[in-house]
Ligand binder design. Sequence first.
Ligand SMILES: N[C@@H](CCC(=O)N[C@@H](CS)C(=O)NCC(=O)O)C(=O)O
Length: 213
Amino acid sequence: MILFYAPGASSLAPHILLREAECPFTVEKVDLAGKRWSGGDFRAITPKSYVPVLQTDDGDILTECAVILQFIADLKPERGLLPAIGTRARYHALEWLNFIATEIHGNFIAPDRHNGVAANFLANTTAGQKATRIWVAPRLAYVDQMLGENSFLMGVSFTAPDAYLFVMLTWAQRLALDLTPWHHLSAYYARIADLPSVRETLALEGPPHSLRP
Ligand SMILES: N[C@@H](CCC(=O)N[C@@H](CS)C(=O)NCC(=O)O)C(=O)O
């Protein structure tokens, strides 16, 4: 399996989950601005031209972060990275994945950075970053409330939605959205940042690109 990623992008979530699943995989870094990777034009991998992309061993191409996360979790059900298919808990985990994808990830995308194509970039202007904070803050307040004293979104163990939410929280901080007023969320962020899989993945990817206005 090959994960196409850009440092600190949403691809960080499947990158973390692949480590948690202990799946054999390799990574390919993508230059999102130039749409290039070591093999050439990234648009030849997917016309969507965004990450994450997971290329399976049989050459299939999977896109969409929330779906890739489910695919990885289901490769190793014994790792408990999602509740079993068909259980009520599974639907609650999917509820989180969908909420993170549509209500959080989607609201981080800057409408003024598309350059006429279907690009998904974080805001890089003061006004754009302020607008993002206004959209995202109430969603994070909701997550803080739902987390309560739980260690993870699904309760006591780390699952796929935690990998996704963690990346969103790194973005929040890159856009100067202060997490400290949300005590549960702040503690949650610190807890996940300290997981060996997360520390290793962050070190391997290196710093994300600057979002200075
Ligand atoms: N709907 C996609 C969005 C993925 C996305 O936002 N990717 C961003 C990085 S986090 C990207 O590759 N942006 C560059 C571009 O669109 O040109 C998903 O959920 O996976």
